[in-house]
Design a protein around this ligand. Sequence first.
Ligand SMILES: Nc1ncnc2c1ncn2[C@@H]1O[C@H](COP(=O)(O)OP(=O)(O)OP(=O)(O)O)[C@@H](O)[C@H]1O
Ligand SMILES: [Mg+2]
Length: 270
Amino acid sequence: MNQPSGVLDGSAADPGPPLLHADGLNKSFGPVQVLHDVDFRVYPGQVTALIGDNGAGKSTLVKCIAGIHAIDAGVIRFDGAEAHIDDPKAATALGIKVVYQDLALCENLDIVQNMFLGRELTKRGVLDEHAMEQAARETLASLGVRTVKSVRQQVSSLSGGQRQTVAIAKAVLGNAQLVVLDEPTAALGVAQTEQVLDLVKRLAGNGVAVVLISHNMNDVLEVADRVSAMYLGRIAADLPNDDTMTRESLVQLITSGRAGDIGLTEGITE
Ligand SMILES: Nc1ncnc2c1ncn2[C@@H]1O[C@H](COP(=O)(O)OP(=O)(O)OP(=O)(O)O)[C@@H](O)[C@H]1O
Ligand SMILES: [Mg+2]
């Protein structure tokens, strides 16, 4: 079996116990095995970047954690206890929120309506617009969002970065403990990317465990506390983002599952 060799245990920057620990996850779609003995850990107050080439299995792993795909084998522990995340509701109940790349916001609704879609607050049987507005404002403020002028702005009038911000705020509303962001800066320009990366850092600063899926190694190096690299459905490395981590080593892990002494042993084939 191919096991990661030389994987650092993070003792240089001990992150404490993980909030989520997916251990030995296997997942196949029909005859195709997509996840192989995946060991993935996410820590509170830290940004864990999940990197890997197209098709490496990042979204599949996240969907297992989010209760969208059932796992074939393995254990998911959350806050130290075994969790059976059999459907998205179970994930939500644990405080696991995923912001998917398409964001799933409604263009024709305003920010408040989007944030409370399907979980509107009511008072004596009518919508409590005041309470929802207030909660939307507070959530945006807690994330340090200053570029959104009014929470009553329609989403169709927002920039890409502002939309991403609203999608993240929507995910955080309520009891978010673990937030997964799938490529949040993929479609953004330089300034908007910086805003979203700032938001990612603040989210972790608020104690949330953040998973950042990204193909942009500069973003990863800038905000990640740790990096988990996937290669052909396997975790090739789980490393703290310290001085030794470079763009080149990350690219090598992504493209070959190995960088120097770190990574999968020889013999991995598609
Ligand atoms: N529902 C599904 N049915 C069958 N195969 C699937 C399904 N979902 C994903 N796969 C396969 O699993 C593999 C991993 O896909 P996944 O979407 O997890 O990759 P990824 O790392 O998120 O890639 P990307 O960076 O392109 O988003 C791919 O080969 C894909 O074709
Ligand atoms: Mg994906």
